[in-house]
Design a protein. Structure first.
Length: 268
């Protein structure tokens, strides 16, 4: 039995291609997450001569990795050719679900907010483990289960009220309780998974939607509704968002969860 197709990978690529030109105007979450991944790496005393930035977006990690951590060669990889080209270094456009690299090549595979779009995450983790040399390190940030909980609640209630049903609007995310088990299943040792919150506020929730589009993070669930959101539904959702969640100054929160996973390949 084949694995279920949750995400439309062609749509993910199209969204990233469209976002590439103006990514720097909307990449605050990518930058924040990259900083947190670098902080984790600073606790590691190993050197990583050959490293892979998997799902590189605009090179937020690559900019921070060059010349550090013993990295001599850094390869950046993204599903979107236009994103991969932004890094300015060695880059390749490739799908995380079918990685084109030889086994046992890399000392480090690092990924910043990309793997939550993979349909077969256990399979992707198995491929990543095979790419790594013995005693190689895998570290990644993904969006966690409570991401955009405010907007999800507002949209669900608005659709129920206006349309009598709910369509998939926000991607399902990995739960921290499952992440360690997934790493173990893929053959990683010393698996660690934890959650960090990132809380942002907006004066206008439409700016949140613009930021999501600008990062290439709009809805790409396979079962999503292909037509535009009805105006009445969107207006009700925006009203509910403000009514339920606005603070005393009228600003509306957007909660993101960054799930960080770390694992080592067994040493021979």
């Amino acid at each position: 039995m084949s694995d279920p197709i949750i995400f439309d990978r062609a749509q993910v690529r199209r969204q990233r291609d469209r976002a590439a030109a103006n990514l720097a105007q909307h990449d605050f979450l990518l930058q924040e997450s990259a900083d947190r991944l670098i902080d984790r790496l600073q606790d590691v005393t190993r050197r990583f001569p050959l490293a892979l930035d998997l799902g590189c977006h605009g090179g937020e990690l690559s900019q921070r990795l060059q010349g550090r951590f013993g990295i001599e060669t850094l390869i950046s990889c993204d599903l979107s050719p236009r994103m991969a080209a932004l890094t300015g270094g060695l880059s390749v456009a490739a799908d995380e679900e079918t990685l084109p690299f030889a086994e046992g090549r890399f000392d480090l595979v690092i990924s910043n907010l990309s793997l939550h779009w993979v349909n077969d995450l256990p399979g992707a983790l198995l491929q990543i483990r095979r790419l790594l040399k013995p005693d190689g390190l895998f570290i990644a940030a993904l969006l966690g289960g409570e991401t955009l909980r405010e907007w999800r609640q507002a949209m669900m209630e608005a659709e129920l009220a206006e349309e009598g049903g709910v369509s998939p609007r926000v991607s399902p995310f990995v739960d921290v309780r499952d992440a360690g088990g997934l790493l173990q299943r893929a053959g990683f040792s010393l698996p660690v998974a934890d959650i960090d919150p990132v809380n942002v506020t907006y004066g206008n929730p439409m700016t949140l939607l613009a930021d999501l589009r600008g990062m290439g993070e709009s809805n790409a669930v396979k079962a999503r509704r292909k037509s535009f959101t009805r105006r009445a539904t969107l207006m009700r959702a925006l009203s509910l968002y403000q009514e339920r969640f606005a603070d005393d100054e009228g600003r509306m929160p957007a909660s993101f969860q960054i799930l960080t996973v770390t694992g080592w390949t067994p040493a021979k």
